[in-house]
Design a protein around this ligand. Structure first.
Ligand SMILES: Cc1cc2nc3c(=O)[nH]c(=O)nc-3n(C[C@H](O)[C@H](O)[C@H](O)COP(=O)(O)OP(=O)(O)OC[C@H]3O[C@@H](n4cnc5c(N)ncnc54)[C@H](O)[C@@H]3O)c2cc1C
Length: 391
């Protein structure tokens, strides 16, 4: 019987464990934390991700806390004018056979975690931090050592331990994270009493030179998640650190007054520096394979990093089920090469989106004219290859 070890009980790791259980394969998930993470505000889940989450049986749990945004309202972050409405809601659900959801990140983690914890084939071991990996001493096994002490062995180790992956250091010791020149501040506020522009069931996006803001309803519409991204020369100190409301006010002081008032209503911000690790390949070595942010950090300008972790986990489960114990090394290598093609394309599209978001001067003017002229549905059809993808 195949013994699968998973480093990290985040979005990709838990998706993999749940997908493996559907193939009748047991897994052990080692998570450094004691409880599911609470931080990170909201997450947008396109049909390519929700299609998988539904196949894993999470439809009703997610449906009860998700909001279905009717559209993406794109605004000029200088004049405050609305530029276009890109259809989501029933348009995208009908087009791709799965919904576009926005949820609180803690709700997504809780739902994945509870489902995994109640599945007999999955063992979640908390407070277990991967310290080192050895997949050469014994050719048939991989052994991990934990910071807290103790070891565990299995046939394959999947590194789903996120951006700051320890497993990546084993698979690709030379890979370096590069600061991407921007910081993302996130917050959640109550929806009650907000002006309609910020309270409607839609994802709002405000585009300005070197900065943009995204907001959408979560918690069944009771709260609004905000992501405010601005370029900066140096990475802010710390990862997931508190940031002063004054700092945010200064960062977005050229934005329209109503947006500044909206941002000013936040009392507690946290921020993350954005990183990328380009050309990180291969994703596997011997009996260890990476998925999600451990394999491919994706800048959040297309809301697809979590979706790629979900696709990775779901597809790797099918490959492992097919490979069994014997062909593991060849199959995980092929998995990495196959997934790399898609993820590289998504990474590039995300970078391109970020550049378009932050244009200035005549280039911004041309972008705005194009957004105003092109029908929203035609614009969204350009992303069929992302949302219509079937794992
Ligand atoms: C500002 C921002 C906005 C974003 N918005 C979106 C969005 O709208 N939609 C979207 O799809 N994506 C979005 N993303 C990207 C998304 O959050 C990530 O791509 C996703 O969380 C990656 O999932 P993962 O499973 O690889 O890692 P994670 O979900 O980060 O999970 C990693 C897990 O590993 C654990 N861990 C770490 N180290 C160890 C260790 N040594 N031993 C054991 N456990 C360990 C961690 O505690 C964690 O639980 C956004 C990202 C940012 C920064």
């Amino acid at each position: 019987m195949l013994q699968v070890l998973i480093a990290g009980g985040g979005i990709g790791g838990l998706t993999l464990a749940l997908a493996l259980s559907k193939h009748g394969i047991a897994s052990r998930v080692f998570e450094a934390r004691e409880t599911p993470p609470r931080e990170g505000a909201g997450i947008q889940l396109g049909p390519n991700a929700t299609r998988i989450l539904r196949r894993l049986g999470l439809d009703s749990a997610l449906h009860s806390c998700a909001v279905v945004p009717e559209c993406i309202v794109v605004n000029d972050g200088q004049s405050g004018h609305e530029l276009t409405r890109l259809p989501l809601g029933s348009w995208i659900a009908n087009r791709h056979g799965a919904p576009y959801w926005v949820v609180h990140r803690a709700d997504l983690y809780d739902i994945l975690w509870q489902e995994a914890a109640s599945t007999t084939l999955i063992e979640i071991e908390t407070g277990r931090t991967i310290e080192s990996v050895d997949d050469t001493t014994n050719a048939d096994l991989v052994t991990i050592e934990f910071t807290e002490g103790g070891t565990a062995s299995g046939h394959v180790l999947v590194g789903a331990d996120g951006l700051w992956s320890r497993t990546r250091q084993h698979v690709a010791p030379d890979a370096k994270l590069e600061f991407a020149g921007a910081a993302a501040a996130r917050a959640v506020i109550p929806r009650a009493d907000l002006p309609s522009r910020f309270a409607e069931p839609a994802t709002g996006v405000w585009l300005a030179p070197s900065a943009h803001v995204v907001h959408y309803p979560i918690k069944g519409g009771d709260e609004i998640a905000i992501i405010a991204i601005a370029t900066c020369d140096e990475p802010p100190a710390g990862w997931d650190s508190a940031v002063d409301t004054d700092v945010i006010a200064r960062r977005f002081d050229k934005m329209p007054g109503e947006l500044r008032t909206f941002l000013g209503s936040v009392t507690e911000w946290r921020q993350w520096a954005l990183y990328r690790a380009e050309h990180l390949a291969p994703w596997s070595q011997n009996r260890t394979v990476l998925i999600g942010d451990a394999a491919h950090p994706i800048l959040p300008f297309l809301a697809q990093g979590g979706a790629m972790a979900i696709e990775d986990g779901f597809e790797l489960a099918a490959i492992l089920a097919e490979a069994g114990v014997n062909n593991l090394r060849t199959e995980i290598d092929a998995f990495g090469r196959h997934r790399q093609k898609r993820v590289t394309k998504v990474q590039a599209a995300s970078i391109q989106n970020g550049q378009a978001y932050h244009l200035d001067g005549l280039a911004a003017l041309a972008r705005n004219v194009a957004l105003k002229t092109l029908p929203g549905s035609a614009f969204m059809r350009r992303y069929d290859w992302i949302y219509g993808y079937k794992s």
